[in-house]
Design a protein around this ligand. Structure first.
Ligand code: FEO
Length: 183
């Protein structure tokens, strides 16, 4: 008896997304190594933690496809992008990667809606929320670097930025959780 409750199209899309999350993990790992090598250990640590989070996302997709009776396929992962030339390029790269990933997540939401696959639609809502958080986190990185002086930041302000990111929480606060007293 066929127990697969995913359409072949959605099974493939979810499996492809599992692989994209692994690519995101490799990309942030590679950026982290670049930052570490440049002496920004706090920024590297932030990127390593983010890399691990992307791997966890990949496992969520793997587990979901298996739970629905499908079989995800681990593909060859493309090489991560080349090393950035500057912190600005690094943080812009993180932001762009997140925005591209959101597009990919929305495509699966669209597909599940078209197929009326409510289980997958419901599963994907976690990722819709997660992407809001991740885009906010990435855009905060860009803002923090701008405040520090961008590519012309002094060593002292970069030292402070590095230290801040070492200790930064991995999750951005969500608008849904804001109140008047705690905006
Ligand atoms: Fe798994 Fe950053 O999205």
């Amino acid at each position: 008896m066929n127990t697969n409750r995913l359409s072949p199209t959605l099974e493939k899309a979810l499996s492809d997304q599992m692989n994209k999350e692994i690519l995101a993990s490799h990309t942030f790992l590679s950026y982290g190594i670049w930052a570490d090598d440049k002496g920004y250990q706090g920024i590297a640590n932030f990127l390593y933690r983010h890399s691990q989070e992307e791997r966890n996302h990949s496992i969520k997709f793997m587990e979901y496809v298996l739970n629905r009776g499908g079989k995800p396929k681990v593909d060859a992962i493309p090489a991560p992008p080349k090393d950035p030339e500057s912190l600005t390029e690094c943080f812009d790269g993180v932001f762009k990667h997140e925005v591209d990933n959101t597009t990919s997540i929305y495509q699966i939401v669209d597909m599940s809606l078209a197929e009326k696959d409510w289980a997958t639609w419901n599963f994907m809502q976690w990722f819709v929320q997660e992407q809001i958080e991740e885009e906010t986190l990435a855009s905060n990185l860009i803002d923090k670097l701008k405040i520090a002086g961008g590519d012309r930041a002094t060593d002292e302000s970069l030292f402070t930025l590095d230290k801040t990111l070492q200790e930064a929480p991995d999750d951005a606060p969500l608008a849904q959780e804001a109140t008047g007293a705690n905006p």
